[in-house]
Design a protein around this ligand. Structure first.
Ligand code: HEM
Length: 282
């Protein structure tokens, strides 16, 4: 058992309230509860079954579903990123939105990418670092028992994300989705940097809860880029717009959902939003 786990077990044992009598009023053994359990119960208002279900859905089911969907989606996205890391030109031209839209080949399919290949390669390589290090930040076992590793992977996550944000802005005018991606990148990059900066600043000041919340926002903002890839063809089918236009629409949708979704989750999970869903802080 890890040292931290042993300490935690000892602490919770010490906290256990020993009942004065071992027989409850109904003749059955009196339940043994920790002080924190009893305090938690006293703090929380009584919930109707509907409220309990809503809380479970919003603070547990939905985030877990989102988490696993994101982690699973990261695998094909990493394979997609490898095409750019390896600068595999035939595939890059093949998946060009212009080609998908059946526009005539004027030798310009993904030409902006080919002309700035090094930039795309660096961005995509760092995307792989981001995809590996982001989930590590949210695994309790890693965070609580492997502190030096958590710190190192946290810096790798923040550094890769910062470079992704800057290179993304530089790349955006050369994208086939310009000028749409120029606008979204000009929002996404500062939003990511602001959020990551706050995450770093809060942990430097040892404000754990603030750090946790900023890290959730930071990861969510970055992941919006990953969601765009499956959402874009969906928008193309639903709206009947070109693939390039659908990508821009998808980018807006994913960005807004990630911004709003992560904030809503934080409010529900940690702040008992509107008093409807009581705080369930850990
Ligand atoms: C944080 C701010 C970010 C900005 C502003 C940004 C911006 C961009 C832009 C403008 C492109 C070119 C899109 C195109 O023409 O197809 C691009 C490509 C790419 N981005 Fe980002 N990005 C950011 C973060 C991320 C993150 C967090 C990941 C992955 C975890 C990522 C992965 C990729 C990959 C793999 C490509 C190359 C494939 C492609 O061009 O579609 N980016 N990014």
């Amino acid at each position: 058992m890890a040292v931290q786990e042993r300490h935690a077990a000892a602490a919770s044992k010490a906290e256990t309230v020993q009942p004065t009598s071992h027989v409850g009023t109904n003749g059955f053994p009196a339940p043994t509860k920790s002080r924190s359990e009893l305090k938690g119960e006293a703090d929380q208002p009584r919930l109707s079954p509907l409220q309990r279900r809503a809380r479970h859905f919003i603070t547990s089911f939905l985030p877990n579903f989102w988490w696993w969907a994101t982690v699973i989606l990261s695998v094909p996205f990493a394979a997609y990123a490898m095409i750019y890391v390896l600068a595999y030109e035939p595939a890059i031209r093949e998946i060009s939105p212009a080609k998908q839209d059946g526009l005539p080949d004027t030798g310009t399919y993904s030409q902006g990418i080919i002309d700035h290949m090094l930039l795309w390669q660096a961005h995509s390589l760092l995307a792989l670092v981001y995809l590996v290090t982001a989930p590590l930040q949210f695994i309790d076992r890693v965070r609580l028992t492997r502190v030096p590793f958590h710190r190192a992977s946290g810096y790798a996550f923040l550094a890769s994300g910062a470079i992704l944000a800057v290179t993304g802005v530089v790349m955006s005018p050369h994208s086939e989705m310009a000028p749409g991606f120029v606008v979204t990148s000009a929002i996404l990059a500062p939003a990511w940097l602001f959020s990551a900066g706050n995450a770093l600043w809060s942990i430097k000041q040892k404000r754990m809860q603030a750090h946790r919340e900023w890290m959730i926002r930071t990861a969510a903002i970055g992941y919006s880029v990953v969601y765009v890839r499956p959402v874009a063809p969906l928008m193309h089918l639903l709206l009947g717009t070109t693939n390039a236009e659908a990508s821009v629409t998808a980018m807006w949708i994913c960005m807004l959902l990630s911004f709003a979704g992560s904030q809503l989750y934080i409010e529900m999970r940690y702040h008992g939003y509107g008093g409807v869903i009581p705080t369930n802080r850990r």
